[in-house]
Design a protein around this ligand. Structure first.
Ligand SMILES: NC(=O)c1ccc[n+]([C@@H]2O[C@H](COP(=O)([O-])OP(=O)(O)OC[C@H]3O[C@@H](n4cnc5c(N)ncnc54)[C@H](OP(=O)(O)O)[C@@H]3O)[C@@H](O)[C@H]2O)c1
Length: 250
């Protein structure tokens, strides 16, 4: 039986101007897959797409829009439809981080975390479903977090948004499985990206100490697991939230 993965797989990676999303996009592009890059605003995503196309020779497109804005997400998906007509892969990665003790997070900060991380992930998946139904062996990977499963002081709100992503993953896997669409998530631990930039040296050392594998994750550590979940090698895996955390949950 020929593997559908031998064919180029059109994949949209949200939040792929930098960090984990960009590492995922680069991994897919290096394997020859057409990738649609995405960020909030047009300039940075166009620049990232041009650089990745020059680096890999892969077909790279760019779409933009705030995932918290349903109309913007719908417009993004119309552009993907115009470009490719289908999606074989979707990575729901765009997200923000904010932290603070309970009682100290402002209303707008709480609302924005949910609006981007939980509502934004939902908008993205909902608006992509029609494109995924036209895809070949379609696979979705959402990016949750160890904070959504384990939690931590100061991370209650962020953790709640990432628990919502895990819940969305499991229900969507049940609902879309009969259509042949697999839906999984990764739950990274502490990954060296701009999101972690506010961590001072002592806090970084503390996180390394709590991690059995003895280091922070690199974005590529997450990208290789996402790439596996998108591929035919994971063809009987759905509804899972896979920790990519060096054992920090243990
Ligand atoms: N770093 C970690 O330790 C860690 C751990 C666990 C989970 N995660 C999760 O992994 C994902 C990626 O994180 P990262 O560390 O790579 O972050 P990052 O370096 O800050 O990158 C975030 C990406 O998301 C995009 N983005 C942010 N808000 C957006 C919005 N409202 N609409 C559209 N795009 C938006 C950004 O694009 P522009 O700024 O160009 O718009 C950027 O491309 C997030 O969901 C995060 O919660 C990260």
């Amino acid at each position: 039986m020929s593997s559908p993965q031998a064919e180029p797989r059109v994949t949209l990676v949200t939040g792929s101007t930098r960090g984990i999303g960009h590492a995922i996009a680069r991994t897919l592009a290096r394997a020859g897959h057409p990738v649609v890059l995405h960020g909030r605003t047009e300039g940075p995503v166009a620049a990232a797409a041009a650089a990745l196309a020059a680096e890999t020779g892969a077909k790279i497109a760019a779409v933009h829009g705030d995932v918290a804005d349903l109309a913007a997400v719908a417009a993004m998906m119309r552009e993907v439809h115009r470009l490719h007509r289908r999606l074989d892969g979707l990575v729901v990665n765009a997200g923000i981080h904010d932290a603070g003790p309970l009682g100290m997070m402002s209303g707008p900060a709480v609302a924005r975390l949910f609006q981007v991380n939980a509502v934004g992930a939902t908008h993205t998946l909902q608006e992509a479903v029609r494109l995924l139904r036209r895809g070949v062996a379609p696979s979705v990977v959402l990016v949750s977090s160890v904070m959504g499963t384990k939690g931590s002081p100061g991370q209650a709100v962020y953790g709640a948004t990432k628990a919502a992503v895990a819940g969305l993953t499991r229900a969507a896997a049940k609902e879309l499985g009969p259509a042949g669409i697999r839906v999984n998530a990764v739950a990274p631990g502490f990954v060296r990206t701009a999101m972690l930039a506010s961590l001072d040296d002592a806090a970084a050392r503390e996180r390394v100490r709590a991690t059995p594998l003895g280091r922070l994750a690199e974005p590529e550590d997450v990208a290789s697991v996402v790439s596996f979940l998108l591929s035919d090698s994971a063809r009987f895996v759905t509804g899972q939230v896979i920790g990519v955390d060096g054992g920090v949950v243990l």
